[in-house]
Design a protein around this ligand. Structure first.
Ligand code: FAD
Length: 394
């Protein structure tokens, strides 16, 4: 029977980072994945350019039932450490809004970086490999890989969340946690577009592709100011994806379509200058014309010359555009979600080592844990930090 010091299940962001670190410490490491190649999510991330971290990373950028859990790993391996690694490997990158860092060329650079780090040690990798029959032994674990029995002292679960099953996502890590008596918190798709009720879906499908800056607030009071994108299925864009992690089914969201100006002040000024200008023309100076047409038709807005609108009507319009309320009927689910909320309960995991407190040698890292980052490179930073930390302890 082949024996390893460490077996890492999952050759994604967290698993490859952990394997490279453990290997560089001289551990005999095997990484296994049922997919045919490593890092498939990395390759499609950030529109193919991988938003690999963010200049500004704090625990506040993560959702977790145990809010202090992420602090230790994020402090042990920071965004600056990963930026240093990217620089060492000569990967060109640039900053976009909100401190987000993307590759200049391709997300492939990040996968190549991780594989090059693995190559600095002797790390075995097996793809198209099914993992079965994991059992605990006195000094480690025994498992079957495509039917072959192998042993290891430390077993690292880096199988990610449920989003994008087409790319190989499975509930394997949750099932394994439950097999060892660990609690798994309910999971839900996050960083995901909203779908709309049929009538709105049809209306807004006509303006699919239209994007507007806005602030979206959930019923729990969480607010993000970013772009909103109308799609043929519903609502997307960064503001929507961010709030989807905080939205609960059945709730409405409130959208300020003009977050940096007062609509009433703008309309009063327009009414003074151009009293015969219609509401539609006036609003089309502020918003995309096709959006204005849809909203006027949808909510019977008074499309008259501005001089015929009294202050009460301007107040109503002000309220409408600054507090446009819409109730999604759901989300697009795991099919298009970037991440999964919930997962292995972190209360049973050491935040300093990522080892299960009551099961020596068993580690959980990356998205399989109940740790979900905001949009903006935070999910990869969690993968790097948690993977690096486990890599020092396995
Ligand atoms: P993964 O990277 O998902 O790796 C898990 C690995 O486990 C996979 O290789 C999978 O094949 C393997 N596996 C699963 N089940 C089994 C099994 N039963 N047996 C063997 N192997 C198994 N985050 C950012 O920070 N920035 C971005 O730009 C960004 N863009 C994204 C774009 C998209 C479209 C998606 C879907 C996600 C994006 N994310 C982004 C989120 C990010 O990709 C994940 O949070 C991150 O990959 C999680 O890393 P992980 O190693 O925990 O899991």
């Amino acid at each position: 029977m082949t024996e390893y010091d460490v077996i890492v299940i999952g050759a994604g962001a967290a698993g490859l980072m952990c394997a490279a670190q453990a290997g560089q410490r001289g551990r005999r490491v095997l990484v296994v994945d049922h997919a045919k190649k490593p890092g498939r999510k990395i390759l499609i991330s950030g529109g193919g350019r991988c938003n690999f971290t963010n200049y500004d990373v704090t625990a506040n950028n993560f959702l977790c039932e145990n809010p202090h859990f992420v602090k230790s790993a994020l402090a042990q391996y920071t965004q600056w450490d990963f930026i240093g690694l990217v620089t060492t490997h000569g990967v060109a990158y640039h900053e976009r809004d909100h401190g987000q860092l993307f590759c200049d060329d391709s997300a492939k650079d990040i996968v190549n970086l991780l594989l090059a780090e693995c190559d600095q040690a002797t790390i075995s990798q097996r793809y198209r490999c099914e993992v079965h029959d994991i059992e605990r032994e006195e000094t480690g674990f025994r498992l079957k890989l495509n039917g072959e029995l192998v042993r290891c002292q430390s077993l690292v679960v880096a199988t990610g969340g449920l989003s994008m099953p087409k790319l190989g996502a499975t509930p394997f890590g949750y099932q394994l946690a439950e097999q060892f008596g660990l609690k798994v918190l309910p999971t839900r798709a996050a960083l995901v577009p909203y779908t709309l009720h049929q009538e709105d879906k049809t209306r807004f499908a006509d303006i699919s592709g239209v994007s507007v800056p806005c602030s979206i607030t959930t019923e729990s009071g969480v607010c993000f100011t970013e772009n909103l994108l109308f799609t043929h299925r519903g609502l997307s864009g960064p503001a929507v994806l961010q709030t989807s992690s905080f939205w609960q089914p059945g709730e409405a969201v409130t959208i300020d379509l003009l977050p940096s100006e007062s609509l009433k002040e703008v309309l009063v000024a327009m009414r003074d200058k151009h009293p015969n200008q219609t509401l539609k023309t006036s609003l089309s100076r502020l918003f995309p014309k096709r959006l204005v047409e849809v909203l006027i038709a949808r909510d019977s807005l008074p499309d008259k010359p501005l001089k015929q609108l009294d202050d009460k009507q301007l107040d109503q319009l002000h309220h409408y555009f600054h507090q446009w309320s819409i109730a999604p009927n759901g989300t697009e689910g795991y099919r298009t979600a970037e991440v999964t909320l919930g997962g292995v309960d972190t209360h049973a995991i050491s935040s300093k080592t990522l080892e299960a407190r009551d099961i020596p040698g068993l580690y959980f890292i990356g998205e399989v844990l109940d740790v979900t980052g905001w949009l903006g490179g935070y999910n990869f930073q969690w993968a790097w930090s948690s993977g690096w930390v486990a890599g020092q302890h396995v």
